[in-house]
Structures are given as C-alpha cells and as structure tokens.
Write a new protein. Sequence first.
Lengths: 645, 101
Amino acid sequence: MREIIYLTVVLPLVGFLINGIFGSRIKNEKVIGIIGSGAIGISFLIALGAFIETLGLPVEQRQTIVSLFSWLSVGNLNVSFAYQVDQLSLVMALIVTGVGFVIHVYSIGYMHGDKSFWRFFAYLNLFIFAMMNLILGDNFVLLFLGWEGVGLCSYLLIGFWYDRKFEKSTTSDAAKKAFIVNRIGDFGFLLGMFLIYMTFGSLNFNEVFSRAVSFNISETTFSFIAIFLFIGATGKSAQIPLFVWLPDAMAGPTPVSALIHAATMVTAGVYMVARTSIIFASAPDILMVVAIIGALTAFFAATIGVVQNDIKKVLAYSTVSQLGYMFLAMGMGAFSAGIFHVMTHAFFKALLFLGAGSVIHAMHDEQDIQKYGGLKKYMPRTYFTFLIAALAISGIPPLSGFFSKDEILWQSYANGGLFFWIIGAGTAMMTAFYMFRLYILTFEGKERFGHEKHPHESPALMTVPLIILAVLSAVGGFIGIPEIFSGEHGNQFHNWLSPIFADADRKLASFSMHSHFEELLLMVLSVVFAASAIMFARYVYLKKPSIALNTSQRFRGIYNLLWNKYFVDEAYDAAIVNPILNTSRSFLWKIADNILIDGVVNGVAKIIDLTSKNIRKLQTGVAQFYALVMMLGIVAAFFWIILSL
Amino acid sequence: MNITIEYYLILSAFMFFVGVAGVLTRRNAIIVFMSIELMLNSANLTLVAFSSFQGNSIGQLFVFFVMTVAAAEAAVGLAIIIAIFRNKLTVNIDEINILKW
C-alpha cells in the first residue's frame, strides 16, 4: 500500500474531474455523492493500509519516497512529483482522508436539494486533492502547490452560495477576504522558500533538513527562514495578526467549515512548522515568537468566543483559539503534542461543526443560539454527540481533548514556565465555559423559538457521521496516554512521531527536569478548572439566566469590546484597507488612470487626428497638383545628387 | 558651323520643359495629353542624338519601342478621355477631381 500512496492524491482528482465535468449532466445526487465520497473513502483505505504496513516495519525503514515524475528541472533546481510516506505524513493523511470521508458522507445529507450539489462535491474533492499534495509532498514546491490549492478551494467553498447575504455584505466578500489575507501569508511563505533555496541549494525536504544539521549556518539565517515560514503559517492557520478571515469563512456551507476551516486546512500551518521543525529548532528566538503568538491567539480568540451568539461564530473563534494552542505546543518544542492536538481537534471540532450543521438544518437556517433552546428532546443523536464533543474540547478525562490539551499544558509549563501555563489553563477554562454556554443555550433550557419551527432529527446520512466522530472524539486520546500513566516511553503517539522530530529535539535538548508530582498536580488543576467552568456555565445559563444579562450590562465596555472582536476588523479597515481604497480611488483612479494614462493615450490619438485632418487636404484630386509635387520631388532629388557628387 | 551634341540636348531639354509646363498648367485634358507626347518625343530626340554621335544603334532601337508604347498609350488615353467626356460633358481636368479627401 505504501508504493501506491499516490493514489490517495490521484483518486480525489479523478472524483473532481468526473463531478466537475459531468456533474451538471448526471443530476442524480446519489451518483454524485457516491463518486465524491467513494474517491475519498478508497483513499482512506489506502492510507490506512499504508499505515498498517508501516507499523510492521522497523523504525529506520518507515520513511519512503514514491516518485512519480520530474516536474521542474532548471539548473540546480530539481523538483519532482514525489510523495513522502513517513510517520508524520501518514498521521495527517489518515486525518484528512478519514475525517474528510465522514464529512463527505454527511454532506450528501446536508446538501440534499441544493441546486449546485455536483459543484459542491467537485470542490470538496479538489480540496482533498490539494490537501494530500500539501501533506504528502516531499519538497517545498509540492507543499506550496497544495498550500495554494487548499486556499483556492477555501475561497471557492466560502463563496459557494455566492448569491446569499452574509452579515453586512455577501458571501463572495467573505471569500475574497479569506483569499487576500491568505495571500499575505503566502507571500511570507514564498520568501521563506526562496531563502531556503538560497541557503541550502535545494527544496527537497530530506536534503534541506539533513543540510540544516550538517551545514554551518548562522542562527540569523535560520531566524529569517523561520519567521517567513511562520508568517505563512499565521495566514493559513488563522493566527494573530492574520486570523480575521476565519470567522468570516463561516459564510460557507457548514460541512466546509467542518472540513476546511476546522479539521484540515487550517492545521496546514501547524503541519508545516512540524515538518520544518529542525529549522524552527535552530532559531530559538523565533520558536519563542511562535509560542507567544500561539498563546495570545488562543487567549484572545477564546475571550471573543465567550460573547458571540452565532453558533458557527463561536465555533470559529474556538477553532482559532485551539490553533493557537497547537502553535503554543510548536513554540514549546513539543511538536508531537501539537500534532496530537491537530488530530484530536480534527475529531471533536469536525463533530461540533457537523452537529451545529445538524442543528442549523433542523432550525431552517437559524444560527442565533439565543433563538434555540431545549433542542435535546427533538434531536437526541445530535444532542448526545455534541455533548461528547463539548466535553472533549473542554478537556474532561478520559475524552481525547484531555490528553492532547493536557500534554500541551504540561509542555508549556515544563519548557516555557508558569506564564504560558496560566495563559493555557485560562484559555482552557474559557473554552469549557463558552462551549457549555453554547451547548446549554442550544440543547437545554426553555425553547426560545417560535411555533413555526418544527425541529427534527437529521437523516441517518448525517447522524451516522456524527456518531463515528463522537466515538473517535471519545477514544482518540488513548493512543497518546502521557508517560506518568503509561510509564517510560509509554506514549504511543509520541513514540510513533519521535523519529521525525529527533533532530529538532536534539537541538532543543534543554528540558528541565520536573517531577511527576508537578505534572499530576497541574493536570488535576486544569481538569478542576475546566469542570468548574462547566458548572459555572450551567449555573449562569440554566439556573440564573439573569446573571449573564446583568454582567453584560455592568461591564458594557468590555462586553462591547469582545462583541466587536476587539475591533480588529475595524482597525485593519482604518489602517490598511481604507487608506488603500482611498488612494486607489482619489489618486490611482481619478488622477493616475483618468488623467495621466487616459491623457497620454487620448492625447496621442488626438494629435494624430488633428494632423491627419490637415494633411489630408493635400489630396486635392487634381492630377496636375500631384504631377507638380512629383516634379518638384524629382528636381529636389536631382539637386541632391548633383550637390553630393 | 559645327553642330555638336549640345544643340540636340538643349533642344530636347527645351522641348521637355515645354511639355512639363503644358502638363502642369493646361486645363484641357487633350492638351495635357499632347504635352506628354511632347515630353516623350524630347526623350526620343536625346536617344537618337546619342545613338548617332556614338555610332551605336541601340538608342534608335529604343526609340522604336518608345514610339510603340506611345501609340498604345495614346489609344488608351484618348479612349479614357472620350469616356470621361461622355460622363461629365467636360475634359477640364480641374473639374475632374472626385478622387480626393
């Protein structure tokens, strides 16, 4: 299965081509859905086969490269379509195809009856194609191809319902925002790639990483490469300062939010940092920047999430916050913990989004949680799976979120100090609080919707994926049981990935020793925090709804600040968007274009017009005049010849 | 009096300029036409003169060609002038100026 890993890339492409070209003629939703989901399902089986096969191999044989064909060959630059099978790419491939397949199946139910059903599945398959290139590619160029490809699909899918309104504008505006903000990050990523090629003379992962260890390269160079790559990651993974696009990306259909804007695409930045871990490990200052940005993003996004009322907005800020967690882990040098959180987050966040989709479906496109309430008796399966996901993201043991989140918290204490732990634990508390605020306002309490709505459980096509993801969210953490419970080298997930990060770990080998007692204490503390936050949310939103209202009244200022998302969008508008818009409008348009460029072009035309209007009078129609001119010409030529003799 | 070649050349140059003046100034197409013939014949005179002075018959041969061409040209030209006259009832070339801006 390892040799045919390229099929996991090719099959989604085939699915995209079939649905994209013939989809509008097939018309049968079942056929389109089976083609779309089947392509991903088979890819998943291949990835799973490759994974099982790899498990049976000794560690040093686990990495292999499947080369398809040479793509670019210019001078010393050789880039080929080659796919790398190793521990990291297999984990990512399993997440993408596994969660992707489940979401494809869910989409058959969710998108039922949409006029562009086929287009949706074509885009989804194209997305998986790009994402697989991103994670399986064995060089930076292929990674970048996937990187841009997923950006394109994100754009296409956010604007999927291009004729619908979204907040103050349209979904197309949200799509453009996502694309443009991502371009800024991509620019950084490109610069990083250029610098890598300049420094190492190659863009191939294995060559670059082995040279990063063996070459004698200054830390400044590493810092520049790392910071540029990280700028790329902040764009794709929605970190400060480029996170503004992700909340708006919720304009897309809910399965898209689950697949692209929660489970897979936004973790591409984390994957990229993990993949280039040796470069980041060689630039400790930048690693610290990564950690700080991650921690701040986690914290601020969580505070915004506490007050939002749109079910998908809350989840979007939660995603930004959890991505911040992953970068915090990366910054702490806990690469495998970060990837572990990518995986568990993919399970429970996809589940949360799909559950939200199920609710939105049942409530006829109503997304305001203040207008839900008491839904648990109408949709028991959605309710139960949503509850599991909410518990998992809150970090309640023994659900998956507990293990990954706790490992990150522990690593940030052990490698970064108390400050990072406090931010992390505070974020975890807020996460538990807003998740249960969301859960209670949606499923518990009094019904706050009118009688015209008749909520109902979604069809099995949608609830079965929910149940699958709920099982994964519940038990997914057991592959990464921390060492204090499982003994020395007992963390299976960590053992699996450790060869990938071996070089980086060796560079960072300055882990201070901490006792198991500390780890246990912090673990208990964070669980207590999360549990108390849940109880508090329960108390506030179930028992005494007036408290929430009073608090928001009393702290009007803070509430407004959070409600308006710290006015970041407004600040960007004022500082960047509007100046550009105004310069374009008043200078580039009205002066540079209308006066300068149009003036030159029209002026030339006018001059030619005027001269020819006068010169054409010479053509009198009187033959004798022509003869006269001809004779004068001959005489002149004659004189010229005589004089020049 | 010894007649040198200059006499012939001066005569033919004079004839040529008479022809040019005729072409440029006269309004009647027939006269313009005659002036063109005059210019052709002045050229013929030059050719004959050089032929005779150099004892070379090629010049005279050329004159026959020119005369043949001139005869053909006269036939076509006169036909055109008649055709124009039938259309416009005039052969005044400053009235025949429709090929203009």
